[in-house]
Design a protein around this ligand. Structure first.
Ligand SMILES: Nc1ncnc2c1ncn2[C@@H]1O[C@H](COP(=O)(O)OP(=O)(O)OP(=O)(O)O)[C@@H](O)[C@H]1O
Ligand SMILES: [Mg+2]
Length: 690
């Protein structure tokens, strides 16, 4: 073994041409192969910017970029006027599609500066569409409506076809809403996340010359987490790689966890059919986890019937036996885990960043947040939208969005009268009605002097005021030497936004926190400008939209650098942590109740999720089971997850189905027995409620 690669990895890294598949289990170094291979290609003279790598998250992309940077040696400081040296293009499917669509959007009837709608924007649009159709939230919630739409989009179902496929009343309603929704966002010059992929696919089908142009940018394409590509992503990759055929994909069929979103594990299993001369590399050694942890992982995944048989062989011997801890209820679970982390932190043997608490549903982290905050343990809730949920952040982004793309009605409506400028609800209604009647955007309508002159005086002044604020932002931004952050700072000043905050909130503390958020937005812009190749307003907004849940202010990012990670199994994919807690190991949570209601395949996907969780752990793994959980304000008994029995080798336990209470004791007893046998003198774990 040289330079930290085993012979199979070496082979994959040193293959410089042709199609290749690396199919291997968790922690076997697949991502490492992708990273090393990119560095190796560059060392062999391939121009960095002719290499495209697709990762599953922005975080993974960032890590890969940093790793490659380190491997290729320190960057020289640029001389004045010197261009940044080319770097490989590393990003998610979505960020790649944005780049492509920015170059070709007009072909598809969208403005070059199309907006990207995040979840909040989508929900506003959905609410409006459902309101127009007079569908109450009792019949179809905006969130459920969007799920239907997303499912149709991912299955390639167009609005006109959706009606035929609809079965229930709610689906019929969603189908008619789908068409309006699509019209509304297109009119707003916006795309949602699904559109980014679908429109790229469509572009490639309808415009072969655009496809050629885009494919011609690269000589090498590499894809990580290939098992989770859906039909559209698959088609995009085929288009980009068909010419040069230098396509390297890596993945693990046992970690396919996006079936619910249309991912098809068949793409990885059939890779050889599409690329017949593909080299296939298998990696078997797991470098991440201890033997004890891998034993659990191997036992668990063997219960899945539809899979390719493979076993992870530990490269790291021994390790502490994973524990199963039971707690009286979910609050005690959060408290127990927090106390244990706090104790370990106080011993200075580990740092906060060494810990991850993994969960299945978005309701679970709330109690953990409360406990961690109380204990003053730094944590970061990965995937939470906390930064965006703040009103101030959304407001300022809306200003930037409507300046960038004046058609973006969701953004315009949000700030049209905030801070207050005399544009009341009636005026907004008139503007909207006229815009719809004349097929104009609202912003265009606001520039129709005849129309606006009929408004009452305060409204007229308000409209003019907003126009001049936008004009001043643009002028300021266009000044030589002025940064985007400068323009934004001026905007905040011209809006008297800080004053508006003072007038809106009663306590000084609240005013202060909210004003601090404003500063954080400006800081985020400044940080972006320092890092980006092309620090434009559109670029910043793309970055925000794509980073989505991962986006934070510089201050938050700093805090998160050394914090306990709280995250779902879905967002933990590809990551690793020395100490992992999997919490809420109960039926209905993992496996999730939705998967139990439907069919068998879904339980297999839940098992893969559990497998992803187990294989994140490097040194220590703890599985937690609260014996009760609050539901609708009442404590309810839980049932231990079937996966607990499977992992601990008790799947055939006769008590398991007869008495859940007995089964629980089994787990506790077997764990106690193991603890007694080991009796290593380590402090006993907090055990409550047994
Ligand atoms: N040959 C090797 N020698 C030493 N350590 C290695 C080797 N290969 C990989 N590792 C380490 O093992 C860990 C897992 O590697 P990596 O994340 O690339 O695995 P993976 O197959 O991508 O996992 P996952 O399926 O979870 O995405 C990392 O810490 C990596 O640095
Ligand atoms: Mg990986």
């Amino acid at each position: 073994m040289s330079n930290g690669l085993n012979p199979e990895q070496q082979e994959a890294v040193q293959t410089l041409k042709g199609p290749m598949l690396v199919l291997a289990g968790a922690g076997s170094g697949k991502t490492r192969v992708v990273t090393f291979r990119i560095a190796n290609l560059i060392r062999h003279g391939i121009r960095p910017d002719r290499i495209l790598a697709v990762t599953f998250t922005n975080k993974a992309a960032k890590e890969m970029r940093e790793r490659i940077g380190l491997m290729l040696g320190p960057r020289r400081r640029l001389r004045r006027g010197e261009q940044k040296p080319p770097t490989p293009v590393i990003g998610t499917f979505h960020s790649n599609c944005v780049q492509i669509l920015r170059r070709h959007a007009p072909k598809l009837g969208y403005p070059t500066k199309f907006a990207i709608y995040d979840r909040g924007d989508q929900e506003s649009t959905a609410r409006e569409v459902l309101r127009q159709l007079r569908v109450s939230a009792g019949i179809l919630k905006p969130g459920d409506f969007l799920s239907h739409v997303s499912r149709w989009k991912n299955a390639g179902v167009r609005p006109e076809q959706a009606g035929e496929l609809a079965r229930s009343d709610a689906e019929h309603m969603a189908a008619s809403g789908y068409r309006r929704y699509q019209q509304a966002i297109k009119l707003a010059g916006a795309m949602d996340f699904d559109d980014l992929l679908l429109l790229t696919e469509q572009l490639f089908i309808d415009y072969p010359e655009a496809r050629q142009e885009e494919a011609g940018r690269y000589d090498h394409v590499l894809v990580d987490e290939y098992q989770d590509t859906n039909q559209t992503q698959y088609a995009i990759i085929q288009s980009l790689a068909a010419g040069h055929r230098n396509l390297c994909v890596v993945g693990d069929d046992d970690q396919s966890i996006y079936g619910w979103r249309g991912a098809e594990v068949q793409h990885i299993l059939n890779f050889r059919n599409d690329w017949q001369d593909a080299k296939v590399v298998r990696l078997e050694a797991n470098y991440r986890s201890t033997t004890a942890i891998l034993t659990l992982a191997n036992r668990l995944i063997a219960f899945n019937k539809t899979r390719h048989d493979k076993v992870l062989k530990p490269a790291r011997a021994g390790g502490a036996a994973p524990r199963v801890l039971q707690f009286k209820n979910d609050v005690e679970e959060a408290r127990g885990v927090t106390e244990e982390i706090q104790r370990i932190l106080e011993s200075h043997k580990r740092e906060a960043r060494d810990f991850a608490i993994l969960f299945r549903t978005n309701e679970q982290p709330r109690v953990f947040e409360t406990e961690l905050r109380k204990a003053q343990v730094p944590y970061s809730l990965v995937g939470s939208q906390s930064f965006f949920d703040r009103k101030e952040v959304r407001d300022l982004l809306s200003y930037m969005k409507m300046i960038d793309n004046p058609k973006d009605e969701v953004a315009l409506l949000r700030i049209i009268n905030y801070p207050q400028r005399g544009i009341g609800a009636k005026t907004v209604e008139n503007l909207l009605a006229d815009a719809v009647a004349n097929g104009h955007s609202m912003w265009e309508t606001m520039h129709n002097r005849d129309f606006v002159s009929r408004f009452p005086e305060p409204a007229k002044r308000g409209v003019e005021r907003l126009q001049s604020i936008v004009a001043r932002f643009k002028a300021r931004h266009a000044e030589p030497g002025a940064t985007l952050a400068d323009a934004l700072r001026d905007l905040v000043y011209n809006l008297d936004y800080m004053g508006a905050i003072e007038r809106s909130y009663p306590t000084p503390e609240e005013v202060q926190t909210r004003q601090a958020s404003v500063e954080e937005v400006i800081n985020a812009v400044a940080e972006f400008e320092g890092e980006a190749k092309e620090p434009t307003l559109s670029g910043f907004l793309d970055n925000v939209a794509l980073a989505g849940k991962e986006f934070g202010s510089p201050k938050e990012k700093e805090q998160q650098r050394n914090a306990v990670s709280l995250m779902t199994y879905h967002s933990a994919k590809g990551l690793e942590f020395p100490i992992v807690y999997m919490v809420g190991m109960e039926e209905g949570i993992l496996p999730h109740r939705r998967s139990l209601a439907e069919n068998y395949d879904d339980v297999e996907e839940e098992r893969r999720l559990c497998y992803v969780g187990v294989t994140r752990a490097q040194d220590e793994l703890t599985l937690c089971l609260p014996l009760q959980r609050m539901k609708w304000g009442k404590p309810r008994d839980t049932f231990a997850s079937r996966f607990l029995y499977e992992m601990t080798g008790q799947a055939d336990n006769p008590n398991r189905n007869r008495s859940i209470q007995g089964a629980r004791k089994e787990i506790v007893n077997s764990q106690r027995a193991a603890a007694r046998k080991k009796a290593k003198g380590a402090k006993p774990a907090p055990k409550r409620g047994d």
